[in-house]
Design a protein around this ligand. Structure first.
Ligand code: DC
Length: 232
């Protein structure tokens, strides 16, 4: 698609609502850069685990905050299509950050204000020139409140759990549906109720319910919105 302006497209929504797949496909069609901010929070959770800062079900928060300067996250060159691996201090951590262990821990890392400040700064730097599709929980509300197009994705928890189960199976992890549902519900609860940039639908976001639309319907609907904004 020929674009006059390079937009910032903010996509927020619940865990496993299909945000990343949609954002990636949208970025591909528009020739934009896709930025998965959830991966960045997962990257910090991974740093926490490999450095022994998560033991007996608790995060050593002060020690983690002191060591945040050692966390250098960036997205590497694409491996396939628009898929850019997350690098932690130069090492590809794309696969380990998707494990159930990291999924169980990441919301707790994401409530730490110092972690959020660091990642929000980095996300703003990544998006300064526009031409990006960024997905997360606080993109339209905090990272880019001035984004030209904001989407808020929802889907019922059953559908989201099924989607997540298939993703995990593809990676060889066979996790019961009920366990996945509990993880999603717990993450939704923590993400929506935290005091620091909670997940919320801002008033100028367009809501997309992915349980009632096919994937191509979702992409079509959003491309129409992009055209309206771009050529307005
Ligand atoms: O999108 P995801 O499920 O990979 O995100 C992992 C966690 O990171 C999620 O539970 C909440 C947190 N997160 C956040 O707090 N803010 C963002 N912008 C993105 C993710």
């Amino acid at each position: 698609m020929q674009n006059e302006r390079k937009l910032i497209i903010a996509i927020d929504g619940y865990a496993s609502s299909g945000k990343s797949t949609l954002a990636k496909s949208l970025a591909d069609s528009l020739g934009y850069v896709f930025i998965d901010t959830g991966a960045m929070y997962r990257g910090v959770a991974y740093f926490t685990v490999v450095n022994g800062l998560y033991t007996n079900d608790s995060i050593h928060e002060e020690a983690l905050i002191k060591r945040l300067d050692e966390v250098h996250l960036m997205f590497g060159d694409p491996i396939v299509g628009n898929d850019r691996p997350l690098l932690l201090n130069g090492v590809n951590i794309n696969d380990p950050i998707r494990s159930s262990e990291i999924s169980a821990l990441v919301s707790l890392v994401a409530v730490i204000p110092e972690v959020r400040t660091k990642l929000v700064d980095l996300q703003r730097q990544m998006g300064t020139n526009g031409g990006i599709v960024m997905d997360g929980r606080d993109i339209g509300s905090v990272v880019f409140p001035e984004a030209e197009l904001k989407l808020f994705m929802t889907a019922d928890v059953e559908k989201r759990a099924q989607r997540r189960q298939l993703e995990l199976l593809a990676k060889g992890e066979n996790v019961p549906l009920e366990e996945i549902k509990l993880n999603l519900e717990s993450r939704d609860q923590i993400d929506s109720s935290r005091s620091e940039s909670p997940l919320l639908k801002v008033s100028d976001a367009v809501e997309i319910d992915t349980s009632s639309l096919t994937f191509s319907e979702q992409v079509e609907q959003i491309i129409d919105l992009v055209k309206k904004v771009t050529f307005n």
